[in-house]
Design a protein around this ligand. Structure first.
Ligand code: AMP
Ligand code: GLY
Length: 444
């Protein structure tokens, strides 16, 4: 019997839990969650509700349950040193220690690492601990992106043209950021199509999983505010419609070099997921950011396709033997659509922003997979809380069919909910291809 501790409470972790339970290694799942996720709880022997910033509570639960190893879903516990605490207690983990999670938590750590080790993929950038020199750098760039240094949940990034227009506004934002963060990274605004490449890493070997495209904007046609992600898709050929094998290989090569650089820089092997957010631009594949974990929703696209035993994958990450494991993903297309409360992502001042805490009913979702996120199980049924509620995943031979399966399942969920009907549709895919063609010509 293999006792595994999962830390996290979102739909990503529900997908991880399912991958663990599917294992043929006789796993027993124990879950440490910030709030109860009924989907994860239903797959677990035992759960513990606690805080991610209290590593000692995680260690106590791991000891109590005699965990063989842990897997950490979200960035929060990583940034609070949960993996360090587990390691000190002799419990290995899939997930980096706090210092290596800087790959996600510190934009400047990652940009500087690429620069120092001459790894391609950086846009032009500079890190500023004060306003000195910032305006001169603005002069050198056509458009700028401002990133607070520190963990901001992906929501602190400010893009010129989206979040602000003028140089004065940019300066005012930098001033604000520096009040609450040690520094601000100013970088060149890139144009292109984004893809997520979630790579498994044992410290030396890096293995890519199929690339996925996420949709951060709240509304149809990529309008409205950025969210945690409204849905995502992946293709049966393990590429994306606007992306060739060379671009995927570039993303993997950058990640391999980053893993090697981390080992040289810190002497510590990175064991976990290195999820690169990349952009294909006119001048090749550029790195937007790294995350030290699986993506949410992107984990829901790839984990259901994994044919290799997930417990074997975790063990190989921990003991450094990924090079000896054949990691296989089914050649299927996936479309994930997040069902959210209607008010999700709207300013609290809007009258329709308060549709959280409403009851939902789930009808016949046919062949789709459902992964619970912010869902509360009460005696009289399932309730949404304020955030993304359920990740609905369609899996099929092609994208059109996967989209139909997901859409059919979404329409079986009743309540004051919303989703993005355009994710995975031919119309939106065509828009992505046209965008890429405009940038790079007929290469796509
Ligand atoms: P991040 O939190 O770094 O993922 O940034 C959030 C979003 O901002 C990304 O998904 C991109 O759409 C956008 N973004 C970040 N950096 C850049 C950049 N250098 N150029 C253009 N867009 C960017
Ligand atoms: N899909 C965005 C994220 O996981 O950060």
């Amino acid at each position: 019997m293999t006792k595994i501790l999962l830390i996290g409470n979102g739909a990503r972790e529900h997908a991880i839990a399912e991958a663990i339970i599917r294992s043929g290694r006789n796993p027993r799942l124990y879950s440490f969650m910030k709030t109860n996720n009924p989907g994860i709880a239903s797959l677990s022997e035992k759960t513990c509700i606690g805080r991610y910033d209290e590593p000692e509570a995680v260690v106590a639960f791991a000891r109590d349950t005699r965990t063989e190893f842990a897997i950490v879903g979200p960035e929060d516990p990583l940034s609070h040193g949960v993996v360090d605490a587990l390691k000190a207690a002799g419990i290995p983990a899939v997930g980096p220690p706090r210092a290596l999670a800087s790959l996600e938590t510190s934009k400047s750590f990652t940009r500087n690492l690429l620069e120092k080790y001459r790894i391609p993929g950086n846009p032009r950038f500079r890190n500023f601990p004060s306003l000195t020199g910032i305006e001169a750098f603005f002069d050198e760039l056509d458009g700028v992106v401002l990133k607070p240094d520190g963990l901001t949940g992906g929501k602190g990034v400010l893009v010129q043209g989206d979040h602000f227009q003028t140089r004065e506004e940019a300066l005012a934002h930098c001033r604000d950021i520096l009040k609450t963060h040690p520094s601000v990274t100013v970088e060149e605004k890139l144009e292109g199509e984004e893809f997520s490449l979630q790579c498994l890493c044992d410290g030396r070997t890096v293995v890519a999983t199929p690339p996925v495209q996420d949709h951060k904007r709240r509304f149809v046609d990529d309008r409205g505010p950025n969210t945690g992600g409204m849905g995502s898709y992946s293709c049966a050929d393990h590429l994306l419609p606007f992306m060739d094998a060379a671009a995927a290989a570039e993303g993997l090569e950058i990640t391999r070099k980053v893993a090697a650089a981390i080992l040289r820089e810190t002497g510590v092997p990175y064991k976990g997921v290195m999820y690169g957010g990349f952009m294909i631009t006119r001048s090749g594949v550029k790195l937007i950011e790294y995350n030290a974990r699986f993506g949410d929703p992107e984990a829901m696209n790839i984990l259901p396709l994994l044919r290799t035993d997930f417990v074997d994958v975790c063990r190989a990450i921990i003991d450094g033997s990924l090079d000896r494991l054949d990691i296989v993903f089914e050649k299927k297309a996936t479309v994930c659509k997040y069902v959210v409360p209607r008010g999700y992502g709207l300013p609290q001042s809007r009258p329709d922003a308060a549709s959280a805490s409403s009851r939902i009913e789930i009808g016949d979702v046919q062949g789709a997979r459902l992964y619970y996120s912010s869902i509360d199980q009460r005696p009289d049924g399932l309730y949404m809380t304020s955030s993304r509620a359920i990740g609905v995943v369609g899996i099929a031979d092609d994208l059109d069919e996967a989209e139909r399966v997901a859409e059919g399942a979404v329409s079986a969920i009743r309540g004051p909910v919303d989703h993005r009907p355009d994710i995975g549709t031919g119309r939106l895919i065509r828009k992505r291809i046209d965008h890429m063609r405009k940038l790079v010509g007929e290469r796509v």
